[in-house]
Ligand binder design. Structure first.
Ligand code: ADP
Ligand code: MG
Ligand code: ZN
Length: 703
């Protein structure tokens, strides 16, 4: 069985291996058992039901709550040559007829359906006589009132399921704490389900937090450096989304905004243009995202503080679904915390709900000001405890340097006291830095003893230090009174009893982010962009999201491997049989013509080999090629050896005999497989010319 599912994985999806729990889950389902799957966004849940659907006879039902998501999945499946369809309120009657006839002919493999339709008597009546092999319930947390997004219709799903008592059920979610997990299993009446929990760590996401200073300026620089990449910028207000988007458009970025006050036509236009890579950057309120399954989002920026860690993690989770390194940057400010707190206070919800929301916001604040591994903070928030550091957050990569901050802290605490604990953080920093702005002069704050006592420290650093003081419990923010700062009891010990305080140096913030960019665009970047253009044109033509054709990691692998033949193309991850037939030649052509045309004359991996290769295939001898290309013969032989080593269909037997290869191989191994040929040449007493040595070694290496 294992080999069958591997074969299906390769043939239909073009992948070589399963991600960690996928294989177990699939086998479990093929053994007719129920399962509950908790995997992070981008973890690869879809494959867990799509693959058994292919391995089993009959039709698989997939319950999914969002029409846009369904359509994207169906597009993606069809692009892989899998018969799939979606039934929801947007179908025309002829589409419905077509789906029904595919079901009658037993050709359809997967049917996506919205929960409201799935539980309608008409559908149940229709489907109950059909051969259903199993039922997958995506976004299963919707069944629980404890979850993030309760939907009444989900609770009625057992009405459908009871008609198929013999098939396995699979419930999948990316967000469910312990209570919700149990609730899902109960509400869906799963039968002794096996729970598959995979870690919530997203290793390809770089987590970074920085003070919300000159955000817009930073964002402009940041985005301009990655013009070709797609990203989302989340904002609290509609106005900010419009402001940032127009600032980006001014510097020639294809940006757009997205918020709930736009017409639904306008919103779906923007969303679709983003899916097809025509718009690169979306500046959005949190209204944007639920229907987004785009795999090549390279960064998610939070212009404002998210309201809790669940939202934060779900939003950044939209980056890097294709597994490539992606940036996430959160701009942190206490003002945002104040605004969010006001939202809670002013909402009409009952007090117990507000208490929970406030404490969630506090955890978000702690996260923003943390000086230890941020990933671990998130994991522990979701109940996963781990002590080793993640290595892909800002605090891990640039561990804060600690120093004796007693004097700095005393200055701040003393200023707070002298200002009668009557000011918020920004004003405090201005006083410490000796600003003479109007409010300070009229309030006579410039007269206090600590006025200007912290001139030598930048505004940014002060904000960080005061944040650390808050975290260490030396200072408190009075959220009920304009965020005024108060010195706590522990703070007083520092102020009056000279208790020592450790602070850490704020990390140097650079526009580089993590998914590091070199300043000059390389040949590889240019080829990558070229392939993206090819993909975009195909996507537009076929009216599907760009990543449905191939996702970024597949294109990147093409850039690295530079396939020359369809057989090379087939070994690229993400190129299944169907896509190979449909797009293989188009992308091969695109790669080869680009490599040949690219005018940069030197140091391009591949180009010189390709020229030799082309001439060789036209039937020229190495001598002729050397003449035509004005290169020496040894160079041409080294090209041939290289091509052979890379697995090209080059026949080297006309240049070197088998027993010569064997003799050279023995000698080469004997002297420890040196990298240069000189030692080998000497060791063999100059018996063979360099080019033969080179050819023999390429033969050994090709294996
Ligand atoms: P989820 O539903 O858990 O958020 P998806 O099912 O959308 O995640 O998968 C995210 C991405 O991972 C998709 O682009 C998918 O093609 C890719 N993927 C899934 N499984 C594998 C695998 N075994 N090898 C390579 N890529 C995979
Ligand atoms: Mg999914
Ligand atoms: Zn970390």
């Amino acid at each position: 069985m294992a080999s069958d599912i591997h074969q299906l994985l390769k043939t239909y999806f073009g992948y070589e291996t399963f991600r960690s729990p996928q294989q177990e889950i699939i086998e479990h389902t093929l053994n007719q058992q129920d399962s509950l799957i908790i995997m992070p966004t981008g973890g690869g849940k879809s494959l867990c039901y799509q693959l058994p659907a292919l391995a089993m006879e009959g039709l698989t039902l997939v319950i999914s709550p969002l029409i846009a998501l369904m359509q994207d999945q169906v597009d993606a499946l069809q692009a892989n040559g899998i018969a799939a369809a979606a039934l929801n309120s947007s179908n025309t009657s002829s589409e419905i007829e077509q789906i029904k006839s595919q079901i009658a002919e037993r050709t359809l493999k997967l049917l996506y359906i919205s929960p409201e339709r799935a539980v309608s008597p008409a559908f149940i009546n229709y489907i109950k006589s059909k051969k259903i092999n199993f039922i997958a319930i995506d976004e299963a947390h919707c069944v629980s009132i404890w979850g993030n997004d309760f939907r009444q219709e989900y609770t009625r799903l057992p009405e459908l399921m009871q008609h198929f008592p013999k098939v396995p059920y699979m419930a999948l979610t990316a967000t469910a704490d312990r209570a919700t997990q149990t609730d899902i299993a109960e509400k869906l009446a799963l039968r002794n389900p096996q729970k598959f929990l995979s870690s919530f760590e997203r290793k390809n996401l770089h987590l970074q937090v920085q003070p919300a200073i000159q955000r817009l300026h930073f964002i402009k620089d940041y985005v301009v450096q990655r013009k070709e990449e797609c990203g989302i910028i989340y904002c609290l207000s509609r106005k900010s989304t419009e402001k940032i988007s127009s600032a980006l458009c001014e510097v020639d970025i294809k940006a757009a905004y997205y918020h709930a006050a736009m017409s639904s036509d306008e919103r779906s236009r923007v969303q679709q243009a983003f899916q097809q890579d025509e718009i690169k950057v979306i500046c959005a309120t949190i209204a944007f995202g639920m229907g987004i399954d785009k795999s090549n989002i390279r960064y998610v920026l939070h212009f404002n503080l998210p309201k809790n860690i669940e939202s934060y993690y779900q939003e950044i989770g939209r980056a890097g679904r294709d597994g490539l390194p992606s940036d996430t940057i959160l701009f942190f400010s206490f003002q945002d915390a104040q605004i969010l707190r006001q939202f809670i206070d002013e909402s009409t919800a009952d007090e117990s709900f507000k208490i929970v929301q406030r404490s969630k916001l506090n955890r978000m604040l702690e996260f923003g000001q943390a000086s230890s591994c941020r990933t671990n903070m998130v994991l522990s928030y979701f109940g996963e405890h781990r002590s080793e550091a993640c290595g892909h957050c800002d605090n891990c990569l640039n561990p804060p340097e600690h120093f004796d901050g007693t004097v700095i802290t005393q200055k701040a605490l003393s200023a707070i006291k002298r200002l009668d604990e009557n000011v918020a953080i920004n004003l405090l920093v201005d006083v410490l830095r000796g600003s003479e702005r109007k409010e300070i002069v009229t309030q006579r704050y410039d007269q206090i003893k600590t006025f200007g006592a912290g001139k030598d420290i930048s505004r940014e650093d002060w904000l960080s230090y005061i944040g650390q003081m808050i975290n260490q419990g030396l200072v408190e923010i009075d959220f009920t009174e304009y965020n005024k700062l108060k010195v706590t009891h522990i703070g007083e010990q520092v102020l009056f009893e000279a208790q020592k305080v450790k602070l850490s140096k704020p990390a140097q913030v650079t526009v580089q982010g993590k998914a590091e960019k070199s300043k000059t665009a390389t040949f590889e970047d240019a080829l990558f962009n070229h392939l993206k253009d090819v993909r975009r044109n195909l996507a537009r033509h076929e009216d599907v999201p760009a990543y449905v054709i191939f996702n970024d990691s597949t294109l990147q692998e093409m850039v690295n491997e530079r396939p020359m033949y369809l057989s090379d193309m087939a070994s690229i991850s993400g190129v299944g049989k169907h896509k190979l037939e449909k797009y293989g030649d188009i992308f091969l052509d695109a790669i080869q013509s680009f490599v040949l045309k690219e005018s940069t004359p030197k140091n391009i991996k591949g180009k010189t080999y390709l020229e030799t290769y082309t001439l060789l295939r036209e039937g020229h001898s190495p001598e002729e090629i050397a003449g035509k290309r004005a290169l020496n013969l040894v160079t041409i032989y080294s090209h041939i050896a290289y091509l052979y080593e890379k697995g090209e269909a080059v026949d080297i037997s006309s240049y070197i005999a088998d027993d010569e290869i064997n003799e050279i191989a023995v000698a080469w191994r004997k002297i420890g497989k040196p990298d240069t040929l000189k030692d080998l040449f000497g060791y063999m007493e100059e018996k063979y010319p360099y080019y033969k040595l080179r050819l023999a070694i390429s033969f050994i290496k090709r294996g």
